[in-house]
Design a protein around this ligand. Structure first.
Ligand code: PMV
Length: 313
């Protein structure tokens, strides 16, 4: 039985959420341990999908899955395989709507699986172009940051409209990622910031400040300065909260983490729910903070050494 697999992983925004919309740089990190896998198996008849949202025929996917359906049809058309029967299984450990790039990761894994299945070469720019088909449908006007990071093994320096760059990391610190369990509301948060900018001159300064922090963070990542990185995270959180995109539970978990000795903490992604990230010195401390957050209601936590995220070159 012929089968092929495609994989991808979660992403987090380390610095630059919201300000990236206004041309400032963002630093995004792949989270390789939180994976999405797509398996395609050759069958005699039918084109079927099995995922946590839907099991059935490609032609019978519900409205909520139109982005994925459109992507699959585009791939099949471009590869001239419109009528080829297949059974697709999508498995993802990435929670949806928490700013962890679950929809982009699914798209990336599907594209990789199909190109593998049909033994066609796939360039990185083609991968991103195809991922944009479902991302455009699902998110309206995506920056491309999610697809770039969920398909990369390396940290990404992202400026809207420019080619994503990979950046070096020389750090012994650890990150704890914690899920509040509350759905993030990226669309609403982006709109909220837009309104703030129209009314409040301070908001413009905050955006500028967020961009400066991303630039400084890039230097700290390269030279191993975890303490300054922690300060930059705290300052970034202050500015994001000022823009109105934090959440009471995020604030509460951040306080808990800092009271437990973390170097810094902030929300990640669009905010108004979703996940937070915490910087700590070592793995033991990371585990301790993950436990504290879970005991206080975080639905899931992950710890990840920053040093595992190496630069390509
Ligand atoms: O919630 P996420 O991870 O999709 O991130 C949104 C990032 C924003 O800067 C808030 C919006 C954007 O399109 O870049």
């Amino acid at each position: 039985l012929k089968t092929a697999m495609g994989q991808s992983h979660a992403k987090i925004i380390f610095f630059g959420e919201h300000s990236v919309v206004y041309g400032q740089p963002a630093i995004c990190l792949p989270v390789s341990k939180i994976k999405t896998s797509v398996t395609i198996t050759a069958v005699n008849t039918g084109q079927t999908i099995q995922s946590r949202y839907f099991t059935g025929k490609l032609s019978a996917m519900p409205d909520s899955q139109t982005g994925i359906q459109l992507l699959i049809r585009t791939i099949l058309t471009e590869l001239k395989q419109e009528a080829t029967p297949f059974a697709m299984q999508i498995e993802s450990a990435i929670p949806a709507e928490r700013g962890m790039g679950s929809s982009a990761a699914t798209a990336i894994a599907i594209i990789r699986a199909f190109f593998h299945f049909f033994e066609e070469p796939l360039s990185h720019s083609e991968l991103l172009r195809l991922a944009d088909v479902s991302e455009q449908y699902i998110h309206g006007n995506p920056s491309g940051l999610d697809a770039a990071t969920t398909s990369s093994r390396f940290p990404i320096w992202f400026v809207r409209g420019r080619r994503p760059q990979t950046i070096p990391i020389k750090q012994n610190a650890f990150l704890v990622i914690a899920d509040t369990g509350i759905l993030g509301q990226t669309g609403l948060a982006v709109q909220y910031v837009k309104n703030r900018l129209a009314q409040d001159p301070q908001a413009e300064l905050a955006i500028e400040h967020l961009g400066q922090n991303a630039k400084q963070a890039r230097i700290c990542l390269a030279n191993g300065d975890a303490n300054t990185l922690g300060h930059l995270m705290n300052d970034t959180q202050k500015n994001l909260a000022m823009l109105g995109v934090s959440h009471p539970l995020i604030d509460q978990y951040i306080k808990l983490a800092l009271d437990s000795g973390a170097l810094g903490a902030k929300l990640t992604g669009g905010g108004m729910g979703g996940c937070l990230i915490v910087l700590v010195n070592n793995q033991t401390h990371a585990q301790k903070i993950a436990t504290v957050l879970q005991q206080n209601g975080a639905v899931q936590t992950w710890t990840e050494p920053l040093r595992s995220l190496k630069h390509k070159g």
